[in-house]
Design a protein around this ligand. Structure first.
Ligand SMILES: Cc1ncc(COP(=O)(O)O)c(C=O)c1O
Length: 388
């Protein structure tokens, strides 16, 4: 419990009135998501300009021209509430993924679908299994709900399915697995995943977060229908996807989950009626239709990843294979220090020290120019620090 002090002005004289804010322990224990500074502010602070951000796994080529046009057209309708059922966007996603519209739930980013899942299925004291490191928001939503996080360390940069299975208890409601994993970029082999999914009890929902599914090799791609349907006697599966990555719409906030109609109907009960705004619906619909932009993004990302991994190896660092638009690099020295040095050169990357990898950085594939700039800055900083 935290004691706040409220300053009230009564009869023109000031009195300090102690305000007993009764903050629940689970909320008091949460560390807020650290808000990054706007790039303009950062540049002012560091006295730099033209900096590049390779820290949040965004698409450097987006949004597509088709999205820009759709948004311009939609602006005139902003005096009206959006379509609460997202009829057209849901229909388009259903056609693209081969599922039924009733098997989809859209969210303000896939983040919101994660929140719906926790709201709908986790009671106080229930358990949720996640990996560490993995996407941070799973654990946060569980904390807000008063649930208990059971956290399983990655093993060799991969989800440890065996230990995850052994961590399941009678109180387990959900298992979150980001596949590919953020931050490592590793993916689970289909055969291993199938064995795991067969073992999980039917009272536990397995959420496979596929935020980066667009980037993965074709060999790993699985038909969503075959995963979510015909699972009588087995655990239900939810797949999470997003428009924030390959479709280049991080700023619009659209994601979705693919699940059985029964699970979907539970999530609809906990969502606000207009959770996807008009611009987001129009933009995502246009993005889905722009196949050329999407394919170009995938091809540029793949060649950028190959190029960067090769070059990083040449300067003595170790790069780790990834099925995404980012990858890990072992810089063989203090990653926090390198992050600071790179920042001064206007190159924003992510240090992995707080994720338990003190000598690793995570870098998102950028445009050709951004990749070259990153490499120049990296070489220069590594020389200065004497790491390799
Ligand atoms: C694994 C993973 N899941 C979900 C998200 C959230 O995506 P969205 O922008 O759709 O909320 C991210 C974002 O970085 C992510 O890395």
């Amino acid at each position: 419990m935290t004691l706040g002090v409220l300053r009230l002005s009564i009869n023109k004289s000031e009195h300090e009135v102690p305000l007993k804010l009764d903050i629940p322990d689970n909320i008091a224990a949460i560390t807020p998501y650290p808000p990054g500074k706007p790039i303009d502010e950062l540049e002012r602070e560091y006295g730099i300009s033209g900096s590049i951000k390779l820290a949040s796994n965004e698409n450097p080529w987006g949004p597509s021209p088709a999205v820009r046009a759709a948004l311009r057209e939609e602006i005139v309708n902003l005096n009206r509430y959006p379509d609460g059922s997202c009829y057209y966007l849901t229909k388009a996603i259903a056609e693209k993924t081969g599922v039924d519209p009733a098997e989809l739930v859209l969210g303000n980013g896939s983040n919101e679908v994660i929140e719906f899942l926790v709201k709908a299925f986790v009671r106080e004291g229930d358990e949720v299994v996640t990996s560490h490191p993995s996407f941070l928001m799973y654990q946060k939503f569980v904390q807000v709900r008063g649930g208990t996080n059971r956290v399983v360390p990655l093993s060799g940069l991969r989800h440890d399915l065996d230990v995850i299975y052994k961590t399941i208890s009678k109180k387990t409601r959900l298992i979150f697995i980001d596949n590919p994993n953020n931050p490592t970029g590793t993916i689970i082999e289909a055969a291993d995943l199938n064995v795991f999914l067969k073992r999980v009890p039917e009272s536990v929902i397995v959420v496979l977060d596929e935020a980066y599914v667009d980037y993965i090799d074709k060999d790993f791609q699985v038909d969503p229908c075959s995963l979510i349907r015909n699972r009588s006697g087995c655990c239900p599966i939810v797949l999470l996807r997003t428009f924030s990555k390959a479709y280049g719409l991080s700023g619009l906030r659209v994601g979705y989950g693919i699940m059985t109609k029964e699970v979907a109907s539970c999530l609809h009960k906990v969502r606000q009626p207009f959770n996807i705004n008009r611009m987001a619906q129009a933009g995502a619909l246009a993005a889905l239709a722009d196949e050329d932009f999407y394919m170009q993004t995938l091809s540029y990302t793949r060649s950028g990843l190959d190029f960067l991994s090769g070059e990083v190896g040449k300067i003595g660092c170790i790069s780790y294979p990834s099925q995404t638009n980012y990858f890990l690099i072992d810089v063989k020295g203090d990653a926090d220090l390198l992050y600071q040095k790179m920042l001064h050169k206007g190159v924003i990357i992510r240090s992995m020290s707080s994720y338990g990898f003190p000598t690793f950085i995570r870098v998102t594939v950028g445009t050709k120019e951004e990749n070259s700039r990153f490499l120049d800055a990296l070489k220069n900083c590594l020389d200065g620090l004497g790491y390799v």
